[in-house]
Design a protein around this ligand. Sequence first.
Ligand code: SF4
Ligand code: SF4
Length: 300
Amino acid sequence: MGESLTVAVASGKGGTGKTSLATSLARVASAQYERVAYLDCDVEEPNGHIFLPATLERKEIIHVEVPEIDQEKCDYCGYCAQICAFNALAILPGAPLVFANLCHSCAGCWTLCPQKAIRVGKRGIGVVETGHLGHMEFWQGRLDPGVATSPPLIDALQKRGLGPGINILDAPPGTSCPVVRTVERADFVLLVTEPTPFGRHDLELAAAMVRQMGLPAGVVINRSSGDDGIIEDFCRQSGLPLLGRLPWERRVAEGYAAGLCAVEVMPRWRPLFLDWLQRIREIVAGRGGEGSAGNCGAER
Ligand code: SF4
Ligand code: SF4
């Protein structure tokens, strides 16, 4: 397949089974498509490797730029500390202090220092690791403990791992900066939810985020009870296509605890995942866009 498709699997919160679905999607796609890459973008707590036990072959330390103050040139004017929006600098008399873990590498201080007293240094924030599981490419980022900003590592991971074919991005939970950074390169966001009031609430937040970003999205209900009206109503009201649902299965929960993703426990679900991928390709190609929200509740 020559075309490229990047699908981010996201959920408004943790615990919806997002990683089990994302890894299932990657497994099913890799049996069908020439190049499939799975990227675990939940860099603060990557756990995709539990379900995709890839052999890791390469590791790269990722650095960000941070200021280094030359005390010979600094006159302690304090200007850099005033302009730093992240409180990463403090200038005490005779003692400029850099709190590198707070720095967002905005370049403001070394660009604007009147004395040109700030050099651009670098600080390691984590690693990007890659390997293979069969012919599937596996990528993950791991943020170092104590590092406050994960988006630069997510950025580095995606720059290295995204390629032609199918890319599956496993997003962090929530709707904050790391999720935004994960989904912004996606062609489509697959929102995983569960049919509960909490599930709907978090889905509403996630749907608002992707709508604001102008990204096509669709919903999959995990742990469907057969009465999914609370999510179906939201999909209908918001124009989000409901791509399908996976029923609650005790065996899947038990498999999860044993490090097995959904399709390893339930191989008969494989056609569903392939069908979702096909549907996503149609939506991205403009053949089944938001107008297909009329199919809410319909499993294909
Ligand atoms: S702006 Fe430059 S000269 Fe002024 S305190 Fe900061 S590093 Fe020193
Ligand atoms: S690069 Fe930006 S964020 Fe980092 S210390 Fe300088 S002004 Fe603050």
